[in-house]
Design a protein. Structure first.
Lengths: 115, 114
């Protein structure tokens, strides 16, 4: 399978715990994105990387959230001191930047439940 | 499986009929638009895209129409099949804006009746 992969697919944690999610993009894609999706809503942008550089972060990304892409390949999203409001599907997408067109392909997501 | 959207507008369509899903966008600077399909428990799946210099684009059984004057996008699915049952999202992007984030619409659930 050469698509975007995410791990784990499901995570249940207690409030206050830290969690980390991993995303492996499509291999030739230099851009990687994180989105969050709650039930009944479309995905909301969190942050994106071009290669290893984090170029934009949404205001949704509080201080408890941090994302890395150390070698320009896989990325991790960490949430510290989780809160019940963090419960959501966390989606990763990747794209190969081309002039005027940036088609993003999504992974299956990580469903986070904070108890 | 879990539901992608519990309170989404729903389009019920008979198998074999055509479906039309509509989307309004607000950012006049948006110049690239994508339709995604999302099945329960899965990530959004790319269906078709269109740039703002076009008003129509066709794929396999799908057609996207773009009306920039009224900021309206539609997805037409021909001969709808049970496998088309899902939530459909439109998304927009502006190459001129800082960053490359997609802004998603609210989604429409399509239910195909056998």
């Amino acid at each position: 399978d050469t698509g975007v992969s995410q791990d784990p697919r499901h995570k249940i944690t207690k409030r206050g715990q830290n969690v980390t999610f991993r995303c492996d993009p499509i291999s030739e894609h230099n851009r990687l994105y994180w989105y969050r999706q709650t039930l009944g809503q479309g995905p909301e942008f969190l942050t994106y990387f071009q290669n290893e550089a984090q170029l934009e972060k949404s205001r949704l990304l509080s201080d408890r959230f941090s994302a890395e892409r150390p070698k320009g390949s896989f990325s991790t999203l960490e949430i510290q001191r989780t809160e019940q409001g963090d419960s959501a599907m966390y989606l990763c997408a990747s794209s190969a930047s081309r002039k005027g067109k940036d088609t993003q392909y999504f992974g299956p997501g990580t469903r986070l439940t904070v108890l | 499986g879990e539901s992608v959207g519990l309170h989404l507008p729903t389009l019920s369509v008979q198998e074999g009929d055509n479906s039309i899903i509509n989307c309004a966008y607000s950012n006049s600077a948006s110049d690239y638009f994508i339709w995604y399909k999302q099945e329960s428990g899965k990530g959004p799946q790319f269906i078709i895209d269109i740039r703002s210099n076009m008003d129509k684009r066709q794929g396999q059984r799908v057609t996207v129409l773009l009306n920039k004057t009224v900021k309206h996008l539609s997805l037409q699915i021909a001969a709808t099949q049970p496998g088309d049952s899902a939530v459909y999202f439109c998304a927009e992007n502006s190459a001129k804006a800082a960053g490359n984030k997609l802004t998603f619409g609210g989604g429409t659930r399509v239910l195909v009746k056998p």
